[in-house]
Design a protein around this ligand. Structure first.
Ligand SMILES: NC(=O)c1ccc[n+]([C@@H]2O[C@H](COP(=O)([O-])OP(=O)(O)OC[C@H]3O[C@@H](n4cnc5c(N)ncnc54)[C@H](O)[C@@H]3O)[C@@H](O)[C@H]2O)c1
Length: 311
């Protein structure tokens, strides 16, 4: 039986690190694509030469030609510009929309059955571009943001309480941006809600740090943005799909009435399996949480409207 095939578009920091995680796990062969000649070929060759040391047999090739991506099971889109210090995700809107539209069209023309995982920012708006450009059903267009945002929240909870990250679970809903909605009562340590373990002030501080998580890394790096945790988060989604694990992970999906929202990509918990997004797990929100969710959804809707006005 042939190994699964994953295409990663964009051989920059997030794309190359994602490609490394996938190929070194052995779950799929990887095709790494970039617009820059030599970049994906060089990184793929370097990763292929690590295979004997790492000890895997999965293949990786780098290319500038979408013909090499044909028949992919999953296409991960990371191509675009990364945020620079002082630059908001929204500044990236017009530029990255053009890039995402063109790469998605080229990729789905040769992989019509693929599942798309969008990473390029501004994330929720880029998911709309990808769904439109691909014509795919919502089950096969997913945005990666919630896994990363909840990973950050988990890391901060574990650090605060001096416990293993393995015993922490965190839930973050909403758009990927300053309006994301961390849910403390669904965030637990070994099943105990953090609301029982920390003061409201400390929880508020960790929620604020989570919402600002991307900017905190950008400010330290001075150039470029986070990529280790983003790549690890994409890998978790890829693995759940390829191994049909049915993990329950927060992903940006096109809502069809869930959480009171229609026709909008917003981060919600979903079951991820061989069919892509197999089910939205709708949970009852408190009044305050619903207000925060609606505010986050409104920010995404505004961005999508801006995108439409840009043509
Ligand atoms: N969703 C998230 O949580 C999340 C997290 C981190 C980064 N991001 C976003 O992911 C994107 C990539 O980040 P990065 O750090 O890897 O950036 P990067 O600059 O290191 O890499 C981007 C790559 O895209 C390539 N590219 C540009 N236009 C292309 C095209 N038309 N076709 C193919 N390749 C093209 C560039 O040549 C470059 O190699 C950014 O938009 C960033 O904001 C999102």
């Amino acid at each position: 039986m042939a190994r699964s095939k994953v295409t990663v578009i964009g051989a920059g920091n997030v794309g190359a690190t994602t490609a490394q995680r996938i190929v070194e796990s052995g779950v799929a062969d990887v095709v790494l694509v970039d617009i820059v000649e030599g970049l994906p070929q060089g990184k793929a060759l370097d990763l292929a030469e690590a295979a004997p040391v790492v000890g895997h047999d999965a293949r990786i090739v780098g290319t500038n030609d979408y013909a090499d991506t044909a028949g992919s099971d999953i296409v991960v889109v990371t191509s675009g510009l990364a945020r620079q210090p002082g630059m908001s995700r929204d500044d990236l809107l017009a530029k990255n929309a053009g890039i995402v539209r063109s790469v998605v069209r080229a990729a789905v023309a040769v992989s019509p059955g693929a599942i798309l995982i969008i990473v390029t920012n501004p994330l929720d708006a880029m998911c709309h571009v990808a769904m439109d450009a691909s014509g795919f059903p919502r089950e096969r267009v997913l945005g990666m943001a919630g896994v990363l945002d909840s990973a950050r929240f988990r890391a901060f909870i574990a650090e605060e309480l001096g416990v293993s990250v393995s015993d922490t679970h965190a839930f973050v809903l909403g758009g990927h941006g300053d309006t994301m909605v961390p849910l403390p009562r669904y965030s637990t340590v070994a099943g105990i809600p953090i609301t029982e373990l920390m003061s409201p002030e400390r929880i508020a501080a960790l929620c604020a740090r989570t919402a600002n998580g991307g900017a905190e890394v950008v400010a330290l790096l001075k150039s470029g943005s986070a990529f280790y945790a983003p790549a690890a988060s994409v890998f978790e989604m890829v693995e759940s799909i390829l191994l049909d694990r049915k993990r329950v992970l927060p992903c940006a999906v096109a809502l069809a009435g869930e959480f009171g929202t229609h026709d909008l990509f917003v981060g919600v918990p979903v079951v991820l399996g061989a069919g892509g997004m197999e089910r939205v797990m709708e949970i009852a929100l408190t009044g305050d949480e619903q207000v925060a969710f609606d505010r986050s959804a409104a920010a995404v809707r505004e961005l999508v409207a801006t995108l439409a006005s840009l043509g």
